[in-house]
Design a protein around this ligand. Structure first.
Ligand code: PGA
Length: 255
């Protein structure tokens, strides 16, 4: 049985009140189905609420094995960095993960591989597990650049990350053209790309790092995708916003 992580990226959605009411329903529904008992080191569920709703998530998930984290952290934990998020504060709220390098951060906030590398090191030092996102645009895929783009994102973003300092690292592969578009990569594309990422991570001395797939994952396609070699779970946007669809997706991701 493979170790699986199902992560929910809520992006800029859900206020603190909406977060509380989501978890109220989610905790009930999740307990009702057998899913609850399956959680542990081998099957993890992680939520990434928007920054201002993290404290509400923290309160709602007290005593639960469901984990949470931040969608973004800065590479420093305090100081004159107006508008940024602190890993130390996330940790204080019992958060365990930090999403780093989501394609929307790369695209709208010009985050480079070298900045993301600093954030990954800072997350690890702060004892947050970094979930590092990589992925090619449609143009890059159509012009045959997928592998070179992923290679640069991995080698530059994971510079000086080793098997010993990067134990908690997770990589999430999200083809940019499949995010929020309903356009899912074919199982063949997922298989080939995950094999390439796994080979690259092995060359970087990071052979055991889990690789998640993301981009229009939903309950209906989770079962097929989770069977693919080197797919260790999903990073889910749209389908994580409603309790029923997300719990269905979690159930369909068990192998
Ligand atoms: P999506 O988003 O599931 O809505 O495509 C995934 C993501 O951006 O992480």
């Amino acid at each position: 049985m493979k170790n699986i992580i199902i992560a929910a990226n809520w992006k800029l959605n859900k206020s603190p009140a909406e977060t509380r009411s989501f978890f109220h329903a989610f905790n009930e529904e999740f307990k009702k189905r057998s899913s609850y008992t399956q959680l542990g080191p081998k099957f993890q569920v992680v939520f990434f609420p928007s920054a201002i709703s993290i404290e509400a998530a923290s309160q709602s998930l007290k005593g639960s094995s469901v984990k949470f984290g931040a969608q973004n952290i800065y590479s420093e934990s305090q100081g004159a960095f107006t508008g940024e998020n602190s890993a130390k504060v996330i940790k204080e709220l019992d958060g365990e993960f930090a999403l780093i390098g989501h394609s929307e951060r790369r695209q709208y906030f010009q985050e480079s591989n070298s900045l993301l590398n600093k954030k990954i090191h800072h997350a690890l030092k702060s004892e947050l597990a970094p979930m590092y996102c990589i992925g090619e645009t449609l143009e890059e895929r159509e012009t045959g650049k997928t592998e070179s783009v992923l290679l640069a994102q991995l080698t530059e973003g994971l510079k000086d990350i080793t098997a010993s300092n990067g134990k908690s690292l997770v990589v999430a592969y999200e083809p940019v053209w499949a995010i929020g578009t309903g356009k899912i990569a074919t199982p063949e594309q997922v298989k080939d790309t995950h094999a390439f990422i796994s080979k690259t991570l092995t060359q970087l001395g990071l052979a055991t790092i889990p690789i998640l797939y993301g981009g229009s994952v939903k309950a209906a396609n989770a079962q097929e995708l989770i069977q693919i070699p080197h797919v260790s779970g999903f990073l889910v946007g749209g389908a994580s916003l409603e309790v029923a669809s997300f719990v269905d997706l979690i159930q369909n991701s068990q192998v």
